[in-house]
Design a binder for this molecule. Structure first.
Ligand SMILES: O=P(O)(O)OC[C@@H](O)[C@@H](O)c1c[nH]c2ccccc12
Length: 280
């Protein structure tokens, strides 16, 4: 069994929801990301999204864009990200997902990219701009290495599309909770609840909600609907603020990030959120 299925099985047994932080690799340095990922795992994160910074993003909101600019300024590369993943893998068994636009995969070559990921102990890929219709070869290549392709479903996906996603999905489905770009928001929209209901009619695979989760309150709401939550911008915002107030105090920024993740996870351990989900 791969690490993704294993962790969702464990969470189900413990009646907990998954917390999936997104980190932007190399923001502000590779060493920071490396230590951060290990500490997030110790702070209650269940899976980690390792974001590949990209200069021409499609769905990144301002926070993720700024993080990517910082990482690119620090000369982050795919090779550095694979070796970062490999070093993290020496220290923790947390499932690692590489989140990247398709272009870097295409340029490196699908097989080579996947082989590098496998060697580094990566468990799956999330490729938001890879259309379902063209995902077949990538998914097959991943499958051969025991890795998963995580699909995204959005509030605007048609029923036909949701059916296809449900049929092909592995690991979990990334439920985009809003129409728009990434970034912390005040509240969880009704769109998420509808999307989850629609997907639930098609599949029992775990559903993780992302886009706009900004704190304990709306993490709990999202977790009441889905099996897990993905948090990117809100985590990056906290560390960025800390670094603005205390320049170069990386240790402090990392601590802030970890205590945020601890707070979020404690909401996802609460029984009431779990009962509402009704996966089984
Ligand atoms: O930042 P948010 O609103 O918490 O959402 C997670 C998101 O940042 C992360 O999963 C992500 C970063 N870039 C993306 C591009 C497409 C889809 C998702 C993403």
């Amino acid at each position: 069994m791969n690490r993704i299925d294993y962790i969702f099985g464990e969470l189900d047994r413990k009646k907990e929801k998954a917390l999936i932080p997104y980190v932007c690799c190399g923001d502000p340095t590779v060493a920071f990301t490396e230590e951060l990922v290990v500490k997030l795992a110790e702070s209650g994160a269940d899976l980690i999204e390792l974001g590949v910074p990209y200069s021409d993003p499609v769905a990144d909101g301002p926070t993720v864009q700024k993080a990517s600019v910082r990482a690119l300024a620090g000369k982050i590369t795919l090779d550095k990200i694979f070796s970062l993943a490999a070093r993290v893998r020496q220290k923790t068994q947390i499932p690692l997902l590489i989140m990247t636009y398709y272009n870097p995969v295409y340029v490196m070559g699908v097989d080579h990219f996947i082989e590098q990921g496998r060697a580094a102990g990566v468990d799956g890929l999330i490729i938001p701009d890879l259309p379902l219709e063209e995902a077949g070869p990538v998914q097959e290549a991943l499958e051969k290495k025991g890795m998963n392709l995580i699909f995204l479903a959005t509030p605007t996906s048609t029923s036909d599309r949701l059916k296809k996603i449900a049929r092909l999905a592995q690991g979990f489905i990334y439920c985009v909770s809003v129409t728009g770009v990434t970034g912390a928001r005040q509240d969880i929209s009704d769109q998420l609840s509808l999307l989850v209901k629609r997907l639930r009619q098609e599949t029992r695979i775990p559903l993780a909600a992302g886009f706009g989760i900004s704190g304990p309150e709306n993490a709990r709401k999202a977790a009441a609907l889905a099996d897990g939550v993905i948090v990117g911008s809100a985590l990056i915002d906290r560390m960025e603020q800390s670094l603005t107030q205390h320049p170069e105090d990386y240790h402090r920024a990392m601590k802030e990030g970890c205590s945020f993740v601890k707070t979020l996870k404690s909401e996802l351990r609460r029984g009431e959120a779990v009962q509402l989900a009704g996966r089984f």
